[in-house]
Design a binder for this molecule. Structure first.
Ligand code: KG4
Ligand code: ZN
Length: 346
């Protein structure tokens, strides 16, 4: 079955539960009607996501979150044409909650079930349309730098579902680098946004941290993390208050190094593939340093850049619903036997 994009009024309910956010969203055609997200505060005291607590919180949140999304969209249950859910990658226990809910909902409403890869969802978030907002969407092919707490990937996007990962991290993700370094400074989880805020007051060139030398378009952040740790250890020996006294400079220099690492491979890949249309996606795309760097590169290299609104960069169901919409157009449905997967590229 191949439905055409001119069919109007296709309404998709999207469900996202791959990590620690329970989210539901309604999209009609490409336009977002609602996007409801319940964050799980329970992990803060542990300095990271605790998988078992995450699944339990999803189980508590899923029904109220879906209810809220439907209510906010102002639609009736029977107006939903299909349900799309995140099948993976992510935490298996968390994915199971969204997957089981979606299966039950599809069965009860007698509507098609659509599986979405979380990473493709992040990329396709660039196509979400908001009421009254007329923003240019990316043209194919474009290069997407997907940076989040779990992923750091360079993706050549040739069509909605024709994506090639041309670079990936061989150890930590960019968000993990932010969060782990924040943790050693004694900052709460997630540390990325805090480092970003503190970096505004500091000198990005005051401290030099090591940068990786990796072949191709792959990334590595574990060396930077070690270099950061050793720097703190050495300086604290000389001055026990070093961290508190130099927090802004530490944050600014760390952020500067992460941004430089991200930009270097992006520039190389853009040149290699001859692509000038560049997009950011994923939680770390909210970072002011990488956003500014992309705007500077756009000037310098005549790139056209797409910086998504912050609310679609972190995990959300709107991106799952938009991906579901494009799959609906192609009649790409799955059966009740579908099971989530913890790991996969696409
Ligand atoms: O996409 P996301 O919500 O979840 C994953 O799929 O991982 O990304 C969360 C990550 C966390 O590591 C968080 O610290 C980071 O995004 N993050 C930031 C900023 N906002 C969120 N990192 C740096 N600067 C920010 N402004
Ligand atoms: Zn994500």
């Amino acid at each position: 079955m191949q439905l055409s994009e001119s069919n109007m009024g296709i309404t998709i309910l999207g469900i996202e539960s791959s990590c620690d956010d329970t989210s539901a969203a309604i999209i009609r055609d490409k336009q977002l009607l609602s996007n409801y997200i319940a964050n799980q505060q329970v992990h803060e005291r542990y300095g990271g996501v605790v998988p078992e607590l995450a699944s339990r919180a999803h189980q508590q949140n899923i029904i109220p979150v879906v209810d809220a999304a439907i209510h906010e969209a102002g639609i009736e249950l029977n107006e939903i044409d299909a349900i799309a859910f995140t099948r993976g990658p992510g935490l298996l226990g968390s994915l199971l909650v969204g997957t089981s809910f979606a299966k039950g909902f599809a069965l009860a409403q007698n509507i098609p079930l659509i599986e979405v890869n979380h990473l493709q969802g992040h990329v396709l978030s660039l196509f979400i349309q908001e009421k009254g907002v007329q923003e240019g969407k990316p043209n194919f092919p474009f290069l997407c730098l997907l940076i989040s707490g779990g992923h750091t990937q360079l993706i050549v996007v040739r069509d909605y579902f024709d994506m090639e990962i041309v670079g990936t991290t061989i150890d930590d993700a960019a968000g993990e680098a932010f969060d782990k370094c924040a943790k050693v400074m004694g900052l709460p989880y997630p540390g990325g946004p805090i480092i970003d805020r503190m970096a505004q007051e500091g000198n990005p060139l005051s401290i030099k941290f090591s940068k990786p030398r990796i072949e191709g378009f792959n990334y590595s952040f574990s060396g930077l993390k070690t270099s950061f740790l050793y720097h703190l250890r050495d300086e604290k020996k000389k001055d026990p208050h070093y961290i508190e006294e130099h927090q802004a400079d530490l944050c600014a220099s760390l952020q500067h190094t992460i941004v430089e690492i991200l930009a270097e491979k992006l520039i190389q890949a853009a040149a290699h593939y001859g692509i000038r249309e560049i997009a950011l996606a994923g939680g770390v795309a909210a970072n002011s340093g990488i956003r500014k760097k992309l705007l500077d590169l756009a000037e310098e290299r005549s790139w056209k850049v797409h910086l998504p609104p912050h609310k679609y960069t972190t995990d959300n169901a709107a991106m799952i619903a938009i991906a579901g919409y494009y799959k609906y157009l192609h009649g790409e449905f799955v059966g009740q036997e579908v099971a989530p997967y913890a790991r996969s590229k696409f």
